[in-house]
Every structure is written in structure tokens, then in C-alpha cells.
Design a protein around this ligand. Structure first.
Ligand SMILES: [Zn+2]
Length: 333
């Protein structure tokens, strides 16, 4: 395992949980095998090949949240729910192939037991409410299959609202009426509302009415780097006020440079503005990104831990960023 002894001991006590990787998209497309250690095929690990169980172990991780992606072509949303189901099928098939290696978990207690039994945790989140095909009951269906968060938007407007960037963008419009109903439905089903990719108006709408902690599964912050993908301090406060968490993305394009330093800068901005209860990891591994140099895959996480410590973040705060904050939110939802 990379990193210092201190990083290793921190990971042993607070094993990292990452909020967003699109690995199961690749499992569905090309049979990407979670059980096998991969060498990312492209230069600088571009696009994918980032997450698998052996490298999660090498990075001292506890669990990975897998984003379930469906990309609507034109306005065709029919069949999007099926695409999500097929990614869950792909995880279940892999769990059956090698029992005991990874377990689908929903709650903090389940993850603790899983780790105690020597397995790794997999958690599920959906990226884009278009996957519900306009049917609130699909939230129930997906929650029953283990989905723990729903990202309301992706790269196109849908029944719930408007994206921060992409097709049908409308900066002056917040959540639709259906979007507000969706917040309530998610909270009833114990599904976290994920505000990554949501435009600012919709983002603040969701936070205003939220009774449970909302999350932003993968993002940068504008206070650290100016980019359309990033959220501002008002958005940070809105999430933190409801007890939510914000996962920092590992993509140089969004954090404003390569290497650990920009990622640390985004983390520190969150700590400075809203405190240590709100920061988390939101890599976006396997999501068509070129990850930052040292964080090409989970093996690099202890290096991030060392960089945070070196930047003056306390051991306690690093433990919260890696593990505790996400566990808290899982319990509260
Ligand atoms: Zn995304």
C-alpha cells in the first residue's frame, strides 16, 4: 500500500468510501470484471479501467458507490430504467461469481459487518432521474434493489429539472413540480437526493425542502476553481445546513490542475466554508474522465490522505472526509 504509516493507520480506522464511480457502466458494456486487478488501457488512465476490488483493497478502501448511468439519445427515455437494472444485474452476477468478496450494502451497520467479515462494500446510486421514465414508483423499485442515492440530473433536462450543463439547460428554472415530489418520494424510500449536475436554482430548491441530508456525489467548488461544473459557497452552505456531504471530484479539468494539490485545495475550501462534517470523496472514476495523476485508481488514496495531513487538515477531519461523514449520512437517510 502506498503512503505513510500514518495514512495506513488512518485508512485502517476510517477506510475510505468513495461517492461516485461509473464502473458498472463498463461491466454492462464490456463485461469489466471487478474481481480482477486492471491496468487502465489508455494513457493517463483516460476514460476508465480505474476501480476494481483488488485495487480498492490496495488503497485501504471500505466501499465504492457505483453510479448507474443511462444516457438518453435524443428524447428517447424509454428503456432507460432497463439500462440501470442491467448495471445492477451486472453487479449481482459478479457477486455470485465469487461469493464473499463484495457485498451490496445499504446501511452503515451493514457496511461495518461486511468489513468485519473481510468483504468490501458496494453501494448504488443512479445518475439522472430520466432513468425513472417519469414514474415515481421506480424509486421504490430501485430502492428495493439497493439504490441509495438518486442524482436528479445528468447532461440533459428531464421531468425533475434542468442540468447545470447540457441539453435543455435553463438557468432561471428550478425543480419542476414533479421534481419536488421526487424529493419527497426519495426521502420516504431512504434514497439520498444527489445534486451533482443539477443547476443552481434546482439545487437550492431541493436543499430548501429537504428533510434529510442531500449529497453532491461528485463535484468541485467554485471557491477553489471557476468552472461550470463546480458549486458555489451558497450551495455548499445549503447542503451542509441540512447535514449533507459533498464529494470532491478527482478530475483535473474540474479542480483546476493536475496532482493532489488542487484536490486538497477543494477539500480545504469546503472545510473553511462549512466545516469538517460536509467533505467527502467523489472521484468520478470510470466516468470518462482523465483522473488526476496520483489518483488514477484507488491505490492512490493514501497519498491523498498524506497530502491532506501535510496541508494541515487534522487526523480527525481526514477520518471524517474518508469515511465518517458518509456513514453518518447513510444512517440519517
Ligand atoms: Zn457525473
Amino acid at each position: 500500500m502506498l503512503g505513510s504509516d500514518e495514512a495506513r493507520s488512518l485508512h485502517a480506522d476510517h477506510p475510505p468510501i468513495d461517492l461516485h464511480a461509473d464502473t458498472l457502466m463498463w461491466s454492462r458494456w464490456i463485461g469489466y470484471d471487478l474481481h480482477k486487478a486492471h491496468e487502465p488501457p489508455l494513457w493517463r488512465a483516460a476514460l476508465g479501467g480505474h476501480v476494481d476490488l483488488p485495487r480498492m483493497r490496495d488503497g485501504g478502501m471500505a466501499a465504492q458507490f457505483f453510479g448507474l448511468v443511462s444516457l438518453p439519445l435524443a428524447d428517447r427515455v424509454k428503456g432507460m430504467a432497463r439500462v440501470v437494472h442491467e448495471q445492477i444485474d451486472a453487479l449481482e452476477a459478479q457477486m455470485a461469481n465469487k461469493p464473499g468478496a463484495v457485498r451490496l450494502v445499504r446501511k452503515a451497520g451493514e457496511l461495518e459487518k461486511t468489513l468485519h467479515d473481510g468483504a468490501l462494500g458496494a453501494l448504488l446510486g443512479i445518475e439522472g432521474a430520466h432513468a425513472l421514465e417519469g414514474d415515481l414508483d421506480n424509486v421504490t423499485t430501485f430502492a428495493r434493489r439497493g439504490v441509495r442515492y438518486l442524482g436528479f440530473l445528468h447532461f440533459s433536462a428531464n421531468e425533475a429539472g434542468f442540468p447545470a450543463y447540457g441539453k435543455g439547460r435553463r438557468d432561471d428554472s428550478g425543480l419542476t413540480r414533479w421534481g419536488f415530489e421526487l424529493v419527497e418520494k426519495c426521502e420516504d424510500e431512504g434514497v439520498l437526493v444527489d445534486l451533482a449536475h443539477v443547476n443552481k436554482a434546482g439545487f437550492l430548491d431541493a436543499c430548501r425542502v429537504a428533510k434529510k441530508p442531500p449529497i453532491v456525489s461528485h463535484t468541485g467548488v467554485l471557491g477553489a476553481f471557476e468552472h461550470w461544473r463546480n458549486i458555489d459557497d451558497a450551495q455548499l452552505r445549503a447542503v451542509a445546513d441540512k447535514g449533507g456531504v459533498v464529494g470532491v471530484i478527482f478530475c483535473p479539468r474540474f479542480v483546476g490542475g493536475d496532482g493532489l494539490e488542487p484536490v486538497v485545495k477543494h477539500m480545504k475550501h469546503i472545510l473553511n466554508v462549512v466545516g469538517e462534517e460536509a467533505a467527502a470523496l467523489g472521484s468520478d472514476w470510470d466516468g470518462f474522465i482523465v483522473p488526476t495523476r496520483e489518483l488514477q485508481d484507488p491505490r492512490g488514496l493514501p497519498l491523498l490522505t498524506d497530502a491532506l495531513l501535510k496541508a494541515g487538515v487534522s487526523r480527525g477531519a481526514v477520518g471524517k472526509i474518508l469515511h465518517d461523514n458518509v456513514m453518518r449520512v447513510l444512517d440519517e437517510a
